[in-house]
Design a binder for this molecule. Sequence first.
Ligand code: FE2
Ligand code: FE2
Length: 149
Amino acid sequence: MTIPSLNDFLTEDHNRLDGFLESFQERKAGSFSEAVEFWTRFASALKRHLLWEETILFPLFEQKTGQRGLTDTLRAEHEEIREWLAALDEKVQQKDADSDQEIDRLVNELGGHNAREEYALYPQLDKLLSEAEKQTAFEAMSAIPEGAP
Ligand SMILES: [Fe+2]
Ligand SMILES: [Fe+2]
């Protein structure tokens, strides 16, 4: 069995997350309840994605390279992302559709962050990990449930 590339898998997850957020943005001025479904999927999938990186992929990268400059930067960016996520979540809970500014900030933050990971982190991990190590990483990722806090 061929193990998929981490870069392909995680880049696809970034795109899937972008799609949920776009769908939320497109629908929020019309049917807010329909928009909320996309918001819920986005927030839950993004939190899971951040946990995959923080608990599995960043430590692997540090172990393999002995460096933590890049991963520390990425972790700090995750904190920014979580702040905008929480600010938006509060607006969604209050059914407040006036959130263009927060969405712009989050899209911006995610854009730069995801590009850095797709350029510097994931391709390196694909090179540094053996097939067996990749398999173990994928298994650990699927053990983190969707909807984790
Ligand atoms: Fe990340
Ligand atoms: Fe990511």
